[in-house]
Every structure is written in structure tokens, then in C-alpha cells.
Design a protein around this ligand. Sequence first.
Ligand code: MG
Length: 454
Amino acid sequence: MKKRLFGTRGIRGPVHVKVSPELAFKLGLALAELTGGGEVVVGRDTRVTGEMLFSAFSAGLMAGGSDVLDVGIVPSPCLAFATKKLGASAGTMITASHNPPTDNGLTFYTENGSEFTGEREVELERLVLDVQPKMVEWMNVGSVYKIDITEEYITDIEKKVKVDGGVKVVVDPANGAASGITPVLLRRLGCEVVTINSHPDGHFPGRPAEPQPWNLGELMAVVKKVGADLGIAHDGDADRLAVIDENGDFIKHDTLIAFFAQKIVRERGGGIVITSVNTSKSIEEVVQRMGGKVIRVPLGAFTEGLIEHQACFAGEPGKLVFLEHGMWADGIFSAAKVVELISKERKPISRIFKESVPDYSMYHEDFHCRDEMKPYFMEHMKRHVLKEIGDIEKIIDIDGARIERKNGSWVLVRVSGTEPKARVVIEGRSLEELEDLKNKIVEEARRFLDARMR
Ligand code: MG
């Protein structure tokens, strides 16, 4: 099942170069064909090119006989919610997630709000590239209906989450699609809310949209300055969240996954948790302790994992899927769950996590790697890691190669499905072990790529 247009999930890239209005039109026409002319909910994030792509994509849908339910600028999880709630045949989010403002893209959702699986994406691709569906006759062309769904979305979460008050939170939505939503929701839940970067602006003037520690310096400083209990950050479309503790420190994405996985498995007395190949071994440890099991899937494939294994929770770095809410990663619902947790536990957030999730040292580095170099890089590095690290327990090679040692430490070498990047991730049991593995592996990755990039 080789993808030609789609990346890890959805289509994403520079506008006009990869994601053009012509392509958006063809995708619209193809999706109308795939859904048999069913209704399609379409939303977009705050990107400057969103309206153009919305127009082209909607024209394709209408030309194929589908009606467009236009929910306007909304977070991806709100689009997923709307698709399910409105009983549409499919949903499409026009977003490039955390990519730079020059990029845009499209991500597709099924009628229950889950992302298209790889299989579905390939079907859609085939319609665009091989079949080129016909346009319907003039009297069967679709229309656009504008729908405001955000109020319903906020109310829905409000009903599912209970906060006892007394929580002070700083929210940084990166000027993205959650700008008018997360602060409103948390305020209604009874929190005292301070905002930064919280007006919608597709130039992302406040900070890069990826909610990683190196982009969240301002949020960390404000949390400390105003004496907040926590900080919440999103990416541009708010399927992701990052959490800052009361000291202004970044809480590792994997710690959040481990914490909620453990909590849900404990409450259910077992169950399967889905996570990606690049997350901490601590997740297995806490889930197994509660009688559950962890299954690892390729990055971006948590939907397939949830369906195949009838799992009770899924998480990949920055994305949490709470099935009590829906089949989609929801940074806004997750924010509400974190706030609920603090209000229940009545202790500092840093302590809540420290007491329940082991903290191992991790290192990751991205390298520039041209697409044609990717197979050579993978082959070379896999061989190198196997030779260097020793004491091997198992190899997971569903997405790159994750090589685990018997003591629980591991190395992952993988290449990006959406960008010209390669990545090495290492988790050691101790700082010394991490340093040792870093010296053996990261240097070699750099040397190999440097020699071939000149
Ligand atoms: Mg995103």
C-alpha cells in the first residue's frame, strides 16, 4: 500500500508547490465520488491560504454533487466532532497542523470523526490520480451551508468534564484555531484564564506552531510570572497540546500519555493502549502494572490501532485520544482533562506526574535528509545500531527501526513521511547510558548524512 499523494496522515506541504488549488479541487471531486455525493463538513485553521483552498476544495465537492457544510475556522478536533454530530458522510480539515505558515494541507475524517485510515487515503488518491471522476449535471451540483458548531462543541466538553474551581491557567494557542475556544471553555469550567498568542492570525506572529519546549519560552515565563497552576499550548489546529507545570517546566509529552493510559487502564481493570514507536518505555511499565497491554503502531496510525485492537486509549507525542469523547486526538478536551485532574488532586501538577510516571532521559535529533537518501540512511543506521548497542531484547520495525535493550533502553531511527527529515531518538535508563548511546549513534548519523549531502 504505497501512498503517492498522502504523507503520514493527510496531505501537507508548501502552498502552490505541493498543495495547490487545482489539487484541492480534484480532492473535492474525488471525495464526492467516494462518499456517493454525501454531505461533507469542511473546516480550516487560521492559515492565510485556508480560504483559497476551502473555495477550491468546496468547488470540487459541489461539482461532484456533494453539499458542503462549512464550519469556518475551527480546530481539527472540533471538525471531527462536527462530522460525527451533523451525521455527514465525511469531514475535511484544511490545515498544515504545526508546519510553517507557508504550508497548508488537507486531512480527512470518516463519519464517526476518526481520521481516514491509510487504506481510505489510498482509495481517495486512486480517484484523484487514476480515475478522475466526472462532474455531475448542472441540476445536481451541491451547495454550501454555513454552520456554527463551536458553541455545541464547547458545551459538549463542559458536560463531560468536572472542575471544582481554583485553577489558574495560562493558555497559548499559537494564534491558531483554538484561540477563541480553549480560553472560553476553561473559563466556563471555572478556571482563572490568562492568554497569550490568542487572537487568530495565520502568520503565526507569536511563536512557531509546534508545541515543543523550544517554542514555549514565553508561556513558561508567563506561567511563573502570574503564579499559574499550569500552562497549556496547542499547535495550529489544536489536535495537540503541551502542558507546562507550575514551575514553568515542560511536562514531557510521553509523561502525559503514560499518566492517562495508566489511569484509564486502572479504572477499567485492563485494556489495550495504542502508542507510536517513538514514545517512552515508561508507558509499557505503568500500563502493565495496571494489568493492561501496550501496542505500538507507526507514527500517525493510532486510528488503525484503535480499530484493530479495540483499544481503550491512544497517544502519540502531543496527541491524546480519549474514547469517552471521540475517536480523534483532541488538544482541547485533553486540556480540560488536565485541568480536571489538578482540581481533583489538589496538589501541584509537577508532583502529580512525578509520583506516578517514571522519568527516563531521552534525546532526539532531527537531520536534514533528502527523500532519495532515506532508504540508504535507514539501512546504514539500522546495521550500525544493531552492531553498537548490544544486549538486544527486540526490534520493532513497523516505522523505522526501534531497537530495545534488555534493560528497557532503546534507540529509534526513522525517516519522516512528510518532510525531508530523518530522526534519531534515544532513551537511556540513566544519563550515563544515554550519553554513551548518543556518542555511539548520533555521531554516526551525522557523519553518514554530512558525507552525502555535499
Ligand atoms: Mg495538528
